[in-house]
Design a protein around this ligand. Sequence first.
Ligand code: TNX
Length: 548
Amino acid sequence: MKILFKFLSSVFVLLLACCSEPKTVEADYRIIPLPHDIVSTPAADAFVLTDETTLVYPSGDEKLRAIAEFLADYIARTTGLQLQVSDNAGSYNTVTLMTGYDNDSPEAYRLTVGRHDITLDGASERGVFYAAQTLRKSLPVTAGTDRVLFPAVKIEDRPRFSYRAMHLDVARHMFPVEFVKKYIDLLALHNMNTFHWHLTDDQGWRVEIEQYPDLTRIGSVRKQTLVGHLDDEPRKYDGRPYGGYYTKAEIRDIVDYATRRYITIIPEIDLPGHMLSVLAAYPQLGCTGGPYEVATEWGVFEDILCAGKEETFEFVENMLGEVLELFPSEYIHIGGDEAPKTRWEACPLCQRRIREQGLTGDRRHSAESRLQSYFITRVERFLNSRGRKLIGWDEILDGGVAPGATIMSWRGVEGGVIAAKQGHDAIMVPYEYLYFDYYQSSDRAGEPLAMPGCTTVEKVYSYDPLPADLDSLTRRYVIGTQANIWCEYIRTPEHVEYMALPRMDALAEVQWSEPGRKDYTSFLNRLDHMRTIYDLYDYHYAPHVFKK
Ligand code: TNX
């Protein structure tokens, strides 16, 4: 009995010792996207973060306070440690947020870890926000942590490109407000600063416009949707109406949510093609007068806005006027892609406009291509008069590009190169590398239905937006890059996430890190950590590149 008692009491003591040993994990700065410069400093200076550590912001600086609160939330979620946020806590056992770091890029930051404190010093608040992202990504995901050991370090970091975006098509399928926010969180996690929101297309109009209530009453609903792939014969439909739109209040809420995360939302209203949803609601805006219906399948449709009627331009300006009130972004995307000219060729009003404007075709451009250029240039003048700038797909180069337009090059990189050589800003989105609606493995068995095409993680990673043959002057006009998620075959938030991840990680490194720092094997190792963050925040992802 005595022996048993002794044995039990020593087990008890042992258990107590184990439990009182604080659970310590170590931060790892080799994150995605890889920071520009990571210099270790003497190991003895490691910082130990505990629930006694305070997150400090300069008194009265509401922006840095907000970032400190984000950071407190990230740390709590990742480690379980609850930290206080304060504007007055000295400089011992603190994580201090500040601005003043001297760098050409407002998004640059310096993150310094010493024995007594960590400082996040940004060239502006935006830099501090990315420093906070770096700090959170360096944390191991472990519930019940007592201490996080941060090895002493000086990280100096800045983005390679100033325009770093993801796109989402909500016209073909629509997603709840809560999901759009979750998607925005994903952009922030990847140091992206722009969300290109494709809000309208042939298959649905998704934004409330007060002057044109039928855009949402009629244009947001299609009577049914294609089932299976467009190439399947015979085509099958589900026979069920599909629709929805975002109210102005919802959009304002989303814009505000994004702004607080240093993300600009660029709305896209795709015109003069991809407009069947508008024509279904206002048939007088088409060349034939209709009747039209909201598209129930995918592809390119011949019915587009009539360029001969003044009423069309009145509509475009009134409608865009309301869009501008919702979105404070400097850039407005007006599409311009895939607009067949067959209706314009046969339309007396379009032909009259061509004559009146003296638009003539030549070997390179038809008179109707010139008319598209006239159309886009008028829209650009309107946007400029309201202090905004126009972005369009590379088709807006055909027939002569509007004077101040920024080109989004999707049919390859040639459009972007031509635009840049003419002194236009260019954003590179070549479909072979950056269309995330394509399959992500060559073996399609077991994959959800996708656009035919294959964009693997490795292919995305290999992409360089600055082709070697670009001269240094032209390079300056390539402002950045993004990937597109078109949602013909993507119906659920989970599926969007699956298509985005982990390709978005590869893109993040293309956008942020210098090409000389890129290494696919190292990237894959670092990706394993991102996966733990995806699990933590309940994001779905494609499994192909992960070890089982
Ligand atoms: C082309 S990219 C389109 C979209 C489709 C996409 C499918 C572009 C400007 N137009 O309308 O959804 O291909 O991959």
